[in-house]
Every structure is written in C-alpha cells, then in structure tokens.
Design a protein around this ligand. Structure first.
Ligand SMILES: Nc1ncnc2c1ncn2[C@@H]1O[C@H](COP(=O)(O)OP(=O)(O)OP(=O)(O)O)[C@@H](O)[C@H]1O
Ligand SMILES: [Mg+2]
Length: 239
C-alpha cells in the first residue's frame, strides 16, 4: 500500500459511500490499483440467513475487487443501529481484530485503500468492560493509524458539525487530509448552501478536496468522471 485513507463524515447519510466510490473511481482512472473496506456495517439485509452489507457490496463493485465480502466488511449486523447496540441485540460479540486482519491482507494487495467508517466519529462499537469505557469509531481510526478525509453536508448546520468533527480528531492527534462537501440531495440553492463552501474554506485550516455534486445517475462512469472534474485526486497521490 502506498497510502490508505479513512473516510468519515459529520453524521450518517452524509455521503461517505458515494464519496468513497468517487475516490475509488478517480484513482482507477489515474491507473491505480485500489481497494475498499466498509469496516462495520449494520442494517444488513438478511437473505436466507446470509447478511448482505449494501455499502460493502457497492464499494467492492466500484473498486472492482474480487475478495469475499467478509474481508471488505468483516463485521456485519442486521439491526440498523450502532454496532454496540446491534451486537447486544443480536447477542454477537464484536471481534475488532477481524478488521485489523482484513486490513493487513488488503494492504499487501492494493496501492491505495479507502476505508469507509460507520456513521460519524463517536459511534460506539463496543464496551471495554475492564476500563468501564467505550470503543468508538474514532478509536478504530487511531488504531488503524490512517489519516482521515471528512465528508460534510453543504446544508444548514454543517459548520458546527464539521468543526466538532475536526476537534474530536485533533484531541486524539489523528491526522486529517482534508474535507469534501457532498450534495447528497439536489441543491436547494438556499442561502446556507450558497455560502457554506466559502465560509467552511475560510474557517477551516484543512484542505477542501472538492465539492461533489448531486448525481441523478450513480454509475461507475458518471461517478468517475465527476470525481476527476470535482475532486483534487492529485493531492491524495503519494510521491
Ligand atoms: N452526490 C450524490 N449524488 C446523488 N446521491 C447521493 C450523493 N451522495 C449521497 N447520495 C445518496 O444519499 C444517500 C446517503 O449517502 P451515502 O449512503 O453515501 O451516505 P453514508 O454517509 O455512506 O451513510 P451511512 O452512514 O449509512 O454509511 C444514499 O441514498 C446515496 O445514494
Ligand atoms: Mg455508507
């Protein structure tokens, strides 16, 4: 692996999967061998006793990987809640080592790895009984030793959410490569949406890696060409 990036967001549903797909397609267009992970997925569809992680499946397709879904999404739950709550409801212990092992395998095979998180930074994964504390997505990022790309909304409330996310990363000394503003819905063209990109750029001291537009068609081609046109892929290429 030349580099790996952990894709987080200010909340769930902000566009981590679509932005991760855009980065994958952009890097593929530049000629790199890329891999993806969706480390933990909850809300998986149960099809005849087999859980189907839709983000993991989508990213595997976008990256054109041939690995089994267990490697791409090592931890899966059916209930659409945090991993901590899903594991309690389903009575399945979270084996976090599965993520580190899969990451080690994929690291050897791919030039760039894009790892999608779950929800935002403070989503609880499991309870550390001995220390009477919780292991959050943020702790996983720290343990994977990956720099972060933050996906944010363009809409009202994003300044607060984005700054809180950056604070939460800095307190743990996690390196931040930049942020991407994603339009997960057609533009409203209201005053917040019009002013947010510039004010975020002015306030934040991390690079804006692009504003990803709303796409009515989420095909590989469309996502790839939009990534090259709207994201600063070059800034993420090593050397
Ligand atoms: N740029 C975009 N153009 C069109 N649709 C988008 C775009 N970004 C996101 N969406 C849609 O918005 C929804 C949420 O996006 P996405 O699934 O990428 O969010 P997420 O942060 O990965 O969510 P989760 O926390 O569930 O993993 C999806 O239905 C997705 O298809
Ligand atoms: Mg997702």
């Amino acid at each position: 692996m030349k580099a790996g990036y952990f894709i987080t967001a200010t909340d769930t549903g902000v566009g981590k999967t679509i932005v991760t797909a855009a980065l994958l397609r952009g890097f593929i267009k530049k000629g790199f061998k890329v891999g993806a992970m969706k480390v933990i997925e909850t809300g998986c569809l149960d099809k005849d006793g087999i859980l189907l992680p839709s983000d993991g499946m989508f990213l595997r397709d976008m990256a054109e990987m041939s690995e089994s879904l267990d490697l791409i999404t090592p931890i899966q739950f059916e209930n659409p809640v945090s991993p901590l709550v899903a594991s309690r409801l389903e009575n399945v212990k979270i084996e976090i080592e599965k993520i580190f092992k899969a990451f080690e395998v994929l690291k050897k095979k791919y030039e760039y790895l894009f790892i999608e998180g779950i929800g935002g930074l403070m989503v609880p994964i499991y309870e550390e009984k001995k220390r009477k504390s919780f292991y959050f997505v943020r702790d996983l990022i720290k343990d994977l030793e990956l720099p972060v790309i933050i996906v944010t909304r363009p809409t009202l409330g994003t300044i607060n959410h984005t700054l809180l996310t950056i604070e939460a990363l800095r307190i743990k000394k996690i390196s931040i490569r930049g942020f991407i503003i994603n339009f997960s819905e057609p533009p409203k063209n209201d005053i917040a949406e019009k002013t947010n990109p510039n004010i975020l750029k002015e306030i934040l001291d991390i690079p804006l890696l692009g504003v990803f537009p709303y796409l009515s068609e989420l095909t590989k081609d469309k996502i790839g060409e939009t990534a090259l046109a709207h994201l600063k892929i070059e800034e993420l290429i090593e050397g």
